[in-house]
Design a protein around this ligand. Structure first.
Ligand code: PHE
Length: 342
């Protein structure tokens, strides 16, 4: 058979092919249009075609290729259509399955709210490790070994190595950031922390904190106050007032604890504020010059403030949750209640 007859036979084969399944169409595609298709072999024969017929040869091979493409396109359309909604087994009038949408965990929700508020003041999120060394969790924060303030945070040690701990607070991220960045520094560090406490309605062996840190030239206590006042009003409402009580943290001087007027009873007294009209929400202070020095920041040139709050505590106050254990029990009946909160 000469090559022109061979081509004519292929053209014939294409014209006469019928498809009864998607499989047939695929076999056809592989034979005529696949990477090693028969038309490529035929085209290779061009070297044996006399010069005066080369043009004609090209034209007929191309015509066959085009016919194959058209035939395959029609077959594809046909089988794709039967695979979809024309299938008689599908009753489109039946109601669909209900898809239950999950909800964000309340701790995550409140963390996002806190981060959003401070972002508007220019604070960037900075996260770091949960397994820390002694220096970043304690010593650099002005709590050398044997310092009694270490007892404030009952610590988990890792692998009997007394130098490695599960961080007891997110203040460790302050130290890491100050060691690695030059002022101005304005960061917010949310994260999980661990303390060796007996689990109860009010304490857990792990919980979440958000730490804030601002270091620059001339940062004052008034800046701290203004920042916290803005946060509290955005978080709990514009009528809420703040009050600072002198306190002690080894890494800040002066230090304070911040109370807000009870946003449940408006300050009249209720069981959330234990009839005092105030609820405590966070700890704060001016970063101790010794801490700046430990992190190679010149305390004569720079000053700054830091604050830290427990996300569980804020969440419990905001949504009036009475038991801390609910946050880690994964009870859908509890979690579902936060579906509508964005
Ligand atoms: N790290 C402190 C704690 O866990 C909170 C705090 C942070 C206080 C920053 C002052 C400044 O109790």
């Amino acid at each position: 058979m000469d090559i022109f007859e061979h081509i004519a036979a292929l053209q014939n084969e294409i014209n006469e092919t019928t498809f009864s399944s998607a499989d047939d169409a695929e076999k056809f595609r592989i034979r005529f249009l696949g990477t090693k298709n028969i038309l490529k072999d035929i085209f290779g024969e061009i070297k044996n075609v006399p010069n005066e017929r080369k043009k004609e040869f090209g034209q007929v091979v191309n015509a066959v290729k085009q016919a194959a493409e058209e035939k395959h396109a029609l077959a594809k359309e046909k089988f794709e259509a039967t695979n979809s909604f024309t299938n008689k087994d599908i009753d489109l009038t039946l109601p669909g399955d209900v898809v239950t949408i999950g909800a964000r965990h309340p701790i995550q929700l409140v963390k996002n709210q806190i981060v959003d508020i401070f972002k508007r003041l220019g604070f960037a999120v900075q996260e770091d490790r949960e397994i820390e060394d002694d220096w970043h969790n304690f010593t650099a924060l002005n709590m050398p070994e044997d310092h009694p303030a270490r007892d404030m945070q009952d610590t988990f040690f890792v692998n009997i190595n007394p130098d490695i701990v599960l961080r007891t607070h997110t203040s460790s991220v302050q130290v890491r950031t100050m060691e690695n960045q030059k002022p101005p520094i304005r960061i917010l560090s949310p994260g999980r922390v661990f303390r060796n406490e007996t689990i109860s309605a009010r304490a857990h062996c792990f919980f979440h904190q958000v730490e804030g840190l601002y270091i620059d030239e001339n940062v004052s206590f008034a800046d701290l106050l203004q920042t916290l006042d803005f946060f509290v009003k955005e978080m709990f409402g514009q009528d809420v007032k703040i009050k600072l009580r002198p306190s002690y943290f080894p890494f800040t001087e002066p230090s304070a604890e911040v109370d807000v007027t009870c946003f449940i009873c408006g300050g009249k007294g209720c069981n959330v504020c234990k009839y005092t009209g105030w609820v405590e929400i966070l700890g704060c202070g001016m970063v101790d010059p010794k801490v700046l020095e430990n992190c190679n920041i010149d305390p004569k040139k720079y000053s700054g403030f830091a604050f830290g709050m427990g996300i569980e505590r804020i969440t419990m106050l905001k949504y009036q949750i009475k038991d801390l254990r609910l946050f880690s029990e994964n009870d859908v009946r509890f979690l579902e209640q936060f579906k509508s909160v964005l």
